[in-house]
Ligand binder design. Structure first.
Ligand SMILES: [Zn+2]
Ligand SMILES: [Zn+2]
Length: 327
């Protein structure tokens, strides 16, 4: 860089610093009266027309920490930098912060009226930060109290209980849908492999692809030192070719809302679907799994399982005319 360029750089730097320290001298009266002329329309559309803009509670407390989208931060710095190089005022400060749980929107405003927003959620994120927090708690697994204790200790803002619960219900529904979709794909793959291997069986005059499955279930009998029978049981069927789950279900004999007899909550998402003994849960789940197989064009011709004879006796006669064989 030549000496002349160097001195020009210093001059431009000094000029910008002076404008920041003494903005009053450089503000043009016309711009102060009509700041709308200098606002870039695109930024205004993103910021002021957002759905919750008018209902927001603004804070201007800069203490603590925030989680911001890295893309939003880089874009924001770049926008502010390029605005400073073209604006005659170039005096930018944090105008306000809009917070909703972990989600933060920092609005930076120039004295000329131009605004830039740096936020927690940008297009590159698949889930909003409040939803991500709930999913993280589900996977950890910890509840609302443990999750918010962690955030508070780290000096981060927390979502409120209602927002968390709403995201939790949504998370549960999405997980169930994804699991059902995955099982459907696994069933289709098992059928493809059985057809490739020319493995078929005729049931009630219809030809089905015949496969071998692995079955198991579980329900806890007792905790240490107590006599205890579980309220919930699980059963799983795994395709032997893909080694993936093709059926899974649960049985639950209790519900905290129903057990309290609260008639105001009759439309709740009730988990209670079992009134028999806990010992019969596993065989009931596996039997319904076998019974549904023909809907997917499959017959579970052979099965591998542990030594529970009552379960095997229950599922071997599911298909009319043939017996499912234990391998
Ligand atoms: Zn400006
Ligand atoms: Zn219930």
């Amino acid at each position: 860089m030549s000496r002349r360029e160097n001195s020009l750089c210093r001059l431009s730097h000094l000029g910008r610093t002076r404008r920041t320290i003494e903005p009053e001298r450089t503000i043009e009266p016309e711009r102060t009266v009509e700041p709308e002329r200098t606002i870039e329309p695109q930024v205004i559309i993103n910021y002021q027309q957002s759905a919750e803009y008018f209902e927001s509670i603004y804070v201007k407390n800069t203490s603590g920490r925030r989680i911001l989208s890295f893309k939003s931060l880089i874009d924001g710095i770049s926008d502010i930098s390029s605005h400073c190089s073209s604006c005659s005022v170039a005096k930018i400060s944090l105008d306000l912060e809009r917070r909703k749980g972990l989600s933060t929107e920092c609005v930076f405003k120039c004295a000329c009226g131009w605004v830039a927003v740096i936020c927690s959620d940008s297009d590159c994120n698949t889930l909003s930060i409040n939803d991500s927090f709930t999913w993280g708690c589900e996977c950890s697994p910890v509840g609302f109290s443990a999750g918010t204790s962690l955030l508070t200790t780290m000096d981060l803002p927390c979502p409120d209980y209602r927002t968390f619960k709403k995201a939790e219900v949504n998370c549960k529904a999405l997980k169930e849908d994804a699991f059902a979709q995955e099982m459907k794909e696994n069933l289709a793959r098992e059928r493809e492999l059985a057809i490739e291997a020319n493995s078929f069986v005729i049931v009630e005059g219809v030809r089905y692809a015949a496969i071998t499955v692995c079955v198991d279930g579980g329900w806890s009998k007792r905790s240490y030192g107590h006599s205890y029978t579980a309220n919930c049981g699980i059963g799983v069927i795994i395709g032997m070719q893909t080694k993936k789950i093709i059926f899974a279900d649960t049985r639950c004999s209790t519900c905290i809302v129903c057990d309290k007899g609260n008639i105001e909550n009759q439309d709740h998402d009730c988990p209670k679907n079992w009134s028999g003994p806990a010992t019969a849960m596993e065989s009931h789940i596996l039997k319904s799994g076998f019974a549904q197989s023909r809907l997917h064009g499959l017959v579970y011709r052979k099965f591998i399982g542990d030594g529970d004879s009552s379960v095997h006796a229950n599922i071997e006669d599911v298909y009319p005319g043939i017996k499912a064989k234990k391998n």
